[in-house]
Design a protein around this ligand. Sequence first.
Ligand code: SF4
Length: 434
Amino acid sequence: MKKQSVFIETYGCQMNEYDSDRIINALQAEPVDSPNTADVIIINTCAIREKADHKAVSAVGRYNKLKKNNPNLIIGMSGCVAQLYGKKLLKDMPYLDFVMGPRGIPKIPKIIDDIRSEHKQRPLETSMDVQDIFDVTPYHKKGKISGFVSIQQGCNKKCAYCIVPTTRGSEINRPLDEIIFESQELVKQGAKELTYIGQTVNSWKHSKMRFNNLLDHLQEINGLERIRFTTSFPKDISDKMISSMKNNNKVCRQLHLPVQSGSNRVLREMRRTYSIEWYKDRIQKLKDAIPDLALSTDIIVGFGSEKEDDFESTMNLIREIEFDTVYSFKYSVRPGTPGENMESHVPDEIASEWLSVLQAEQKEITLKKNIEKIGSNFNVLLEGFSKQNNKDLFGRTTHNKVVNVKNVDQSFIGKTVRVKITNAMQNSLVGEII
Ligand code: SF4
């Protein structure tokens, strides 16, 4: 029987990318790059910011036009927006065939079968059922060098601005043997680098195991060359974790550690549970252990009663730490979060101004750090053809820097090569094999 073809438009984080792969896998479907040839179109949504949530809803309207030529086309919405608005989406969009939250993925084959056989009631799957939550047949996309493994679902923190605990539920950690099994299978299927994902990935624990023990076990997997993990929570960076990172030669020299604000007052309002002194202490300990560690962070501007001097504290922090990358956003109120009822939100024009000041300064820091790499040599794991042209290959350093490598043929894809950096751009480096 011909496999059904599925087009998925994915919004948001790596967790959503992973979920999109799980959907394809659960359906045993043929993923396609164009919605025009698909039997099923799924918009896998993100609710973390208002903008992403609006984009996803308008995508549904756009794809609905394809039903004119293909009346059997099924259009569904999955992910956090689906979880958040559930029934309302089905009511507002009569052409939407199903709505399914992140925990509904194991049920997707039945959802599609029901639609094809009955076409009466449109399925709504938003229960917080934890059964089969990690039910994954290990699947690695052919030709890809890196892959994802989910080790945790949901979140137990209660950050005042965040919708994730509502849409993805409370934290559930995956048992070690399942993580090891999936990793081994992905390596057999061609993965050389795996990114372990969870909302607060370093709070992972199972039985008596903690995240540092997990890193030690992952190091033992034959054929796995590189280990990354995201997203870490500052309060859960333990000394043992730092020591495991230092002593594990497969763990990449890169850490994404969202700080969100440089002001203790704003951090308290955000309910982040750490102080800026704690954050800086962890960074110092990490740098003492791993001097070349590349750091990235997330920052929200305009939250709650943030004032000019709070924002200045954030600017001082980015100047002091000199992150390699900062993902910065203007706060947007999310329904059902504690932030929704907080007063004295910063006027939009002020938040926009702060955001552009921060982004402009960080742009300079990032470029300066990239330029400093010219003339240095790095190991680069080559992943495929460069996005800039079809001649060069691209890969990543252990620090997660993208490097476009000149004069190298495609037989090198999947290999780690030594590269001398010859040029630096805002978002990538250029180099040649030595
Ligand atoms: S740690 Fe905070 S920001 Fe991150 S997912 Fe959990 S509640 Fe949201």
